[in-house]
Write a protein that binds this ligand. Structure first.
Ligand SMILES: [Zn+2]
Length: 197
């Protein structure tokens, strides 16, 4: 049996032993569920070799923005977990899996981001856009912080909920969130997102 190479999914910042800080639901981060905490870690340097800046136009509000593309051909698969999660050498695709429009907050997996949603969904996204923007300012830092990654998936959830038929998208978002919670060792939230959501 070969020893499994450990994948570095994140770098913890100096507060390594900071107690789990549950976010006060009265603050602006209302898009996350009760129990979600502040996770003090960021992307490792090794991610940089696998991402690049690219310009895309939001199919909902037509604004151009910069997002992170992934150099998929460079990825080296190390292992596949029992739950089919793929592990790559020096890179975690989950961190860059969804793109967020910083103007209207339309968010989706990058593979389908450019596809214009049906008119009823466009309207639903635009209708809730202003409300979300006032509640939840988006921050984008480099290297990326895991809290930004969580936020992007919860925004994807908001977009997904504008289309009740998007069951596949919903499952993929939930699975991604569960894996992210596992990486930051928050078993409570991993169980919650897996069982109840
Ligand atoms: Zn937009």
């Amino acid at each position: 049996m070969t020893a499994r190479k450990k994948t570095v999914n994140y770098i913890e910042t100096e507060d390594l032993y900071r107690p789990r800080q549950v976010i006060d639901m009265a603050d602006e981060r209302l898009i996350v569920p009760p129990g979600h905490a502040f996770y003090d870690c960021r992307a490792p340097e090794s991610h940089e070799a696998y991402v690049f800046d690219q310009q895309v136009v939001c199919p909902v509000c037509d604004k151009e923005m910069t997002v992170k593309g992934q150099r998929l051909t460079k990825l080296k698969l190390l292992d596949v977990d029992k739950d089919f999660r793929h592990r790559f050498d020096g890179f975690e695709p989950l961190w860059y899996g969804v793109w967020v429009c910083i103007d209207c907050y339309y968010t989706d997996f990058y593979q389908r981001f450019r596809k214009k949603p049906p008119p009823y969904k466009v309207q639903a996204i635009l209708d809730r856009s202003m409300n979300l923007k006032t509640q939840f300012p988006i921050y984008q830092t480099e290297p990326r912080k895991v809290n930004e990654v969580f936020a992007s998936y919860y925004l994807a959830l908001k977009t997904s909920l504008t289309d009740v038929s998007d069951f596949q998208g919903l499952v993929k978002i939930r699975t991604s969130l569960a894996w992210l919670y596992r990486d930051v060792e928050d078993e409570i939230m991993e169980d919650l997102i897996t069982i109840r959501w």
